[in-house]
Structures are given as C-alpha cells and as structure tokens.
Design a protein around this ligand. Structure first.
Ligand SMILES: [Ca+2]
Ligand SMILES: [Ca+2]
Length: 228
C-alpha cells in the first residue's frame, strides 16, 4: 500500500515541480501598455526613450490643446519629459515638461508569435512614414523585414489603428518604435498594443506568449534573468 502511494505521489510531485515554474515563467503578461511605469520587455537605443514612458496627460498639462487619450496612466509620448512624480522630482521637472523633438532612437519589443488576425494599438505624434529619410513610426518586424508600419497624424492625440496580420500568422515578430527625426513633429506616441482574433476580440498577451513558448523561447535568457 505504502509502495503504491509513493509510486503515485513521487512522479506527481516531480511533474508539478518541473512544469509549474515553466508555466509560470511563460504565462507572464507583456508590457504592452507601459503600465509597469518602465520599459520592461522593451530595449532602447539612442536617447529618445530616456524619459519614457511618460505619465498622465502631459500635453494637456502643458496646455497643448491635444489631449493624449492614452490608456491607463503610462504611454510613450516622445515629446514629453514627465516620467512620473518620483522620477520627475529627481530630474527637477514639473508636469508639462518636455524633451522636444530633437532626441532620436528606437525601442524594440521582445519577440512574440502572431496568433491573431489583426493587431491594434494607440498611435499619435508625427506623420513621417517608414521609407522616408527621417521616419517616425511604429513597425512590425519579422526576420528584420518591416511587414507593417504606422504613423501618427501630426497631433499628440492618439487614436486606435489596426493592421490585418492574418497572412503573418505563426510567424515570430517584434514591434519597433522608431524616432529618426529631430525636426518638426519628429516624435511618435504609442500605447496599448494587442493582437485580436477573427471576431475582433483582443487576445490576452499571456496566451500569445504561452503559444510562443511551445516553439521557441518567448524571451532571451538575458531578458529572463532581468525579470525573474
Ligand atoms: Ca498605457
Ligand atoms: Ca525625435
């Protein structure tokens, strides 16, 4: 009787021990909306993202007359320089502070599998398309190729745009926020990106990343070590 008990219980415990941490690790969410208040899951280059994400409706705080219409509390507003009360205090800046258009750089997300039919996101800022000399945009990259791209419409106010990605299903992609423009309206705004199913329902990111985990690692070891 005792032998049977151990024969059953030990493999069960081992199974739980070996599968649980893996499932926990891969069922985490993606910082798709910057509500961590930092750039977790994203890698920055250049200086444009040094004070991102930005907190609250900073364009309104500076009297711009173009409310950001961001999701939650945090978003990428590359003209702004208000990275929340604590960081702003340390920087000696007040609500409404700006860094302007001059800084440039790019921000690249972790990789994820495309499992939805579409992707949607909030975008604003400059209208300098990819392919021009000084782009300011958000790109969907697969194997280094830009498969989809979007820009703002020369207003700080973000609106929701959508890409049809049904033909890209099963591929591994990443998002890249590009600021290669130091002139007028030389900044993108971005927030709250999702994949959606054929009915237009957003797919939770933990499900997207879990699918990725069955094939290859959703994040690099360097990123894993950073978050766990
Ligand atoms: Ca947000
Ligand atoms: Ca810029």
């Amino acid at each position: 009787m005792k032998k049977t008990f151990y024969a059953l219980i030990i493999p069960a415990i081992l199974t739980i021990l070996f599968t649980l941490p893996v499932n926990l690790a891969f069922s985490r969410a993606f910082n798709n909306d910057f509500e961590t208040g930092d750039l977790t899951d994203w890698e920055k280059e250049g200086t444009a993202f040094d004070f991102q994400p930005t907190w609250g409706d900073n364009p309104t705080a500076r009297g711009r007359g173009q409310p950001s219409q961001h999701q939650g509390e945090w978003w990428l507003g590359l003209f702004e320089k208000y990275p929340g009360e604590d960081k702003a205090k340390a920087l000696g800046v007040n609500p409404g502070a700006t860094q302007g258009d001059a800084p440039q750089g790019k921000l690249t997300s972790i990789e994820f599998k495309i499992i939805g039919d579409s992707m949607n996101f909030l975008i604003g800022g400059g209208n300098h398309p990819w392919g021009g000399n000084t782009p300011c945009c958000v790109n969907l990259e697969i194997n280094g190729d830009v498969e989809r791209t979007a820009t703002g419409n020369a207003t700080e106010t973000m609106s929701r745009k959508e890409w049809d990605v049904s033909d890209l299903k099963g591929q591994t992609a990443k998002l890249v926020v590009v600021d290669q423009n130091g002139g007028g309206w030389g900044h993108p705004n971005f927030d709250d990106v999702h994949q959606a199913d054929a009915d237009g329902e957003n797919i939770p990111w933990d499900r997207v990343l879990a699918v990725e985990a069955q094939g290859k690692l959703a994040v690099s070891w360097a990123q894993m070590k950073k978050y766990y």
